[in-house]
Design a protein around this ligand. Structure first.
Ligand code: UN1
Length: 507
């Protein structure tokens, strides 16, 4: 099954991991990609060398000059072809995501749908991005803003959304007139190569010049070159907060820009008026979906004390029914974690939570089978202890009771991250209180839906240790362009702003 799947996506047992448009190379060490559900290798990738990256950056810089000369709506046409190619390969690509990264197939396909959605969005934007005209204080002057492409954008992606987050960045960057250099997670190089093949074939088929570059490496030997190169004005990074901090500092050292999406410690707040059926479904998807490996996964459940027992009982019953196993098999809801280290981190967090006074309601251990499977855990915590304040990428749900909504909001905000948040309530005042400036401090705040599974039309990202970046919808496209303020004097005199008179010339 997996060999056929690879073949349909143009992959073989060995695959070049450096792509300059539709030309592929790779003379560095081999990188093996593993199936986290079995621990077995899927296929091999030839990573790139320092020389290959240097050459790639030179080509990408030249390609950026050519790409920005293509009118934006034509660039939109190129992205439309990409969306069509993705539609044709949606299920296969979704299966590959599932095979290589371990999320269940429905979520793998959903991830490719998210790529298609952002492609469609970008096509529309390609005829809408534009600047404002602003009133000038000087007579016979016109002041306006215009937006120009940045050039080369580096996109460094994480294993958990191995294709969609690239698409958020690359589709917007493409219509904005930028070319992207993608450095994928070493856990998911095959997904990146399959996407790269598809999009470059789509561009070449439409007669477009290259706009997408790929550089695979096994570790972090070469990524610093992308951070340091002044021909890369923007580095978009998705990953952990500690690594994001290093990326931000290094790129800032040359006054380059970063777009950071660094994870979250997302809470669902439930009050006594909430519809517990909705809560149960939302928390199951948010905490167990993707094996808790989304940035937006629900990690904390902050419940009004009077409904805590009832809700925990429901959730424990629902968790007991979760089919764990092969993520490609129909019916499975929980696949593996990405690797053995992730299982160890999961188990260590569960132990720490118990040591900090947590009561284990269910789950918590690894499964005695091949692959990196765990039983999803629910822990009742007496308070927001140190382990609860940490982001552990796995299916752990900490349940903490509260007595007043103010207390719940304080708990919600009292962690380092600020990505996603939700409240379940039928009380309008509580909902509005949660969304007010003194309410949730996150980039995403929902009412009566969970923390994960955002649609692409809104800006995606968060505050504090989440990094402050915004990707995908709304006006996130502005991150991929440089703003220019232009003033035109169409009069015959030279009035100065602020009414300044300088020298003796006529006013
Ligand atoms: C991520 O986990 O890095 O909102 C992205 C969501 C998805 C994107 C998650 N649309 O859960």
């Amino acid at each position: 099954m997996s060999l056929d799947l690879l073949a349909r996506l143009g992959l073989a047992s060995q695959n070049p991991g450096v792509w300059l448009g539709d030309r592929a190379t790779g003379s560095g060490p081999a990188l093996l990609s593993f199936n986290p559900a079995t621990g077995e290798p899927i296929a091999e990738v030839q990573t790139g060398t320092a020389d290959e990256l240097a050459h790639l950056l030179g080509e990408a810089a030249a390609a950026a000059a050519a790409w920005q000369a293509v009118p934006a709506p034509r660039r939109g046409e190129a992205v439309r072809l990409i969306g069509e190619a993705l539609r044709r390969h949606r299920d296969d690509l979704g299966s590959l995501v599932s095979l290589e990264m371990g999320k269940i197939r429905a979520e793998g396909i959903g991830e490719v749908q998210e790529m298609i959605d952002i492609a469609d969005y970008a096509v529309g934007l390609s005829r809408m991005i534009g600047g404002r005209t602003l009133p000038s204080e000087r007579p016979d002057h016109r002041m306006f803003e215009q937006w120009h492409p940045l050039g080369v954008v580096a996109v460094i992606t994480a294993f958990n959304f191995p294709v969609a987050v690239w698409a958020w960045n690359a589709c917007l960057a493409a219509i904005c007139g930028d070319v992207t250099v993608w450095r994928p997670s070493p856990h998911a190089p095959l997904c990146a190569i399959a996407v790269q093949r598809l999009v470059n074939a789509a561009l070449a088929g439409g007669g477009f010049p290259p706009a997408f570059y790929l550089f695979c490496e096994a570790g972090t030997e070469h990524v610093g070159r992308l951070l340091d190169d002044r021909r890369v004005p923007l580095v978009s990074f998705t990953g952990s907060t500690p690594v994001g901090r290093q990326v931000a500092a290094r790129v800032a050292g040359r006054l380059g820009r970063t777009l950071l999406e660094l994870g979250g410690n997302n809470a669902v707040v439930v009050d006594a008026t909430a519809d517990l059926d909705l809560v149960e479904r939302a928390v199951l998807f948010g905490a167990v979906g993707t094996a808790g490996q989304r940035c937006t996964s629900t990690r904390r459940l902050l419940v009004e004390r009077s409904v805590a027992d009832a809700l925990v009982e429901r959730l424990a019953a629902a968790y007991a029914q979760v089919p764990i196993g092969d993520p490609l098999a129909p019916g499975t809801l929980l696949g593996p974690l990405i690797d053995a280290a992730a299982v160890a981190r999961f188990e260590a967090a569960v132990s720490a939570a118990r040591a900090q006074g947590g009561l284990l309601v269910c789950g918590g251990g690894g499964l005695p089978r091949a692959g990196h499977f765990v039983r999803p855990a629910i822990l009742r915590m007496p308070a927001q202890t140190p382990v609860v304040r940490e982001e552990t990428f796995g299916p752990i749900l900490y349940v903490i009771p509260w007595d007043t909504l103010d207390e719940a909001i304080t708990l919600q905000n009292e962690v380092a991250h600020g990505l996603s948040s939700a409240i379940f309530t039928r009380d309008l005042e509580a909902a509005e209180r949660f969304l007010a400036a003194t309410g949730s401090d996150c980039g995403i705040a929902n009412v009566n839906l969970g923390t994960s599974g955002a649609e692409i039309g809104g800006a995606f990202g968060g505050e504090k240790d989440t990094g402050g970046g915004r990707e995908a919808g709304s006006d996130s496209w502005k991150a991929y362009m440089r703003r220019q303020t232009c003033t035109i004097n169409h009069g015959r005199t030279l009035p100065l702003a602020q009414g300044i008179t300088f020298g003796a010339g006529p006013a």
